[in-house]
Design a binder for this molecule. Structure first.
Ligand code: NAD
Length: 290
């Protein structure tokens, strides 16, 4: 398949490399990143998109996505698929999809989970919003770049699924870190706390797959001095998107709001920037009740 790939950073680079390695003809554009192996460089976004059957974008945010959409939609050939894999706000995802549909294209929003390791290993999960025909056409590409793709409904629903998932993740990580710090102060051994909670009703992915306590549970960023992994600033980005969506939809999300405020404090006023999002544990452990 002829594929255009725009945004070849930490995630897009390895995703494009995997598509090229699988035998697809991949043309890439990124003003700052290096071309991955097997990917041919285009001079600009429009040239990258022209002639491609599927154009994939993997960009930092919704404003940049809207700008890139203005450049590529007029250049894309009729019937081609505009497949955005960035994590952006639901409103931008829906606006870009409308623009693409009006130009006779298919549009999918397909944010991912799995991080850089998943992008490199081709094990990402895609949460997909958009039309059936576009989803069917993109499925062989999801199979190369990932392990699972869930069609969540019409445009914007992929982003909706992603931010709901990550809002739960942010909240459960904070809860798990708070509980470990409380256990410390109550004189409860962290291993004992893990052994109980990992098989009790307080269990979650944050505890048993990504344990924020060093030396406990499976290996995680806590065992590498909280080198990300999933950086606290990316969690903050997703929690902000969740609040934008909650405001736009009129949804009451008090814990999502509190989680956003806490990660904002951690990243912008404390030492959270560049650390893994599970570094909330040393933060709580080093504080007393105010
Ligand atoms: P990144 O900053 O490494 O890559 C983004 C790339 O987009 C950069 O190389 C940048 O030069 C390029 N870019 C910016 N403006 C552009 C333009 N106008 N035209 C073409 N390219 C442009 O970020 P990343 O970690 O690869 O993340 C990409 C997206 O994936 C984000 O939306 C992020 O939230 C999401 N995501 C990241 C992770 C992760 O663990 N890194 C996990 C899941 C989802």
């Amino acid at each position: 398949m002829k594929i255009g790939f725009i945004g070849l950073g930490n995630m897009g680079g390895p995703m494009a490399a995997n598509l090229a390695q699988a035998g697809h003809e991949v043309t890439g554009f990124d003003p700052a990143a290096q071309m991955p192996e097997g990917v041919t460089a285009a001079g600009d976004a429009a040239a990258c998109a022209a002639g491609a059957e599927v154009v994939i974008t993997m960009l930092p945010n919704g404003d940049i996505l809207r700008k890139v959409a203005d450049e590529i939609v007029p250049a894309m050939r009729a019937g081609a698929v505009f497949l955005d894999c960035s994590t952006v706000d639901v409103d931008s995802a829906r606006a870009v999809a409308e623009q693409a549909l009006a130009a006779g294209l298919s549009a999918l929003d397909a944010p991912v989970s799995g991080g850089v390791g998943g992008a490199e290993g081709g094990t990402l999960t895609f949460m997909v919003g958009g039309d059936e025909a576009g989803f069917a056409k993109a499925t062989p590409l999801f199979d190369i770049m990932g392990r699972k793709a869930v069609h969540c409904g019409p445009s914007g629903n992929g982003q909706a699924a992603k931010i709901c998932n990550n809002m739960i993740l942010g909240i459960t990580m904070i809860g798990t870190c708070e509980a470990f710090a409380l256990a410390d102060k109550l004189g409860l051994d962290r291993q004992a706390m893990y052994d109980v909670v990992s098989t009790s009703s307080g269990q979650s992915w944050s505890l048993t797959t990504y344990c924020p306590a060093p030396g406990i549970g499976p290996e995680s960023p806590a065992d590498r001095d909280y080198t990300p992994g999933f950086a606290a600033d990316l969690m903050l980005k997703d929690l902000r998107l969740a609040q934008l969506a909650a405001e736009s939809a009129g949804a009451d999300t008090p814990l999502g709001l509190a989680a956003r405020d806490l990660y904002e404090t951690f990243v912008e006023r404390e030492d959270g920037e560049g650390r893994d999002f599970s570094a909330m544990l040393p933060r709580f452990a080093g504080r007393d009740r105010g």
